[in-house]
Write a protein that binds this ligand. Structure first.
Ligand SMILES: [Fe+2]
Ligand SMILES: [Fe+2]
Length: 150
């Protein structure tokens, strides 16, 4: 979602944390746990806030519901992955593989949001509607009180 600086910031932060998790896939358990906690909190919060706006768009019957449903379905899969990753001991021999798989999926999802969905939304909305949507994204984020320094 290119036009929202806040979203791009969060996407960048997610990519950075995932790269760190990949690098530290064989580090101490404590480091793995700490990195996963940061990833878990940021991704959970990020998805929750995106969905506030995405569901709002569905309610308005915008002409890109296929893309929106795809994003929401992918969020559903990420929640299952987070649930599984949270439960598994961080010294498990499959930890590194789990991290690589989730990193691949998240990378693809972010690309989809920032390129395909962004374009679909631009086509579906008028210039004015488009501006309002991006404003809503930022406002929803403020209202949810997420601290970017977390
Ligand atoms: Fe998303
Ligand atoms: Fe996102």
């Amino acid at each position: 979602m290119q036009s929202s600086g806040l979203l791009s910031d969060e996407h960048s932060r997610l990519r950075v944390i995932l790269s760190q998790m990949e690098e530290h896939a064989i580090s101490t358990v404590r480091i793995r746990e700490k990195l996963f906690e940061r990833f878990y909190n940021l991704l959970s919060s990020h998805m929750k806030f995106e969905e506030v706006v995405l569901r709002g768009l569905l309610d308005q019957n915008v002409d890109c519901s296929d893309e929106i449903h795809q994003l929401i379905e992918e969020h559903y899969l990420f929640r299952l992955m987070l649930f599984e990753m949270k439960a598994v001991p961080k010294n498990h021999k499959r930890w590194g593989a789990k991290v690589r798989i989730v990193k691949d999926f998240i990378d693809r999802h972010i690309d989809y949001e920032e390129i395909d969905f962004y374009e679909a939304l631009r086509e579906a909305l008028s210039e004015e509607q488009f501006k309002i949507v991006w404003k809503n994204f930022s406002q929803s984020r403020d209202e949810m009180g997420f601290n970017l320094t977390t």
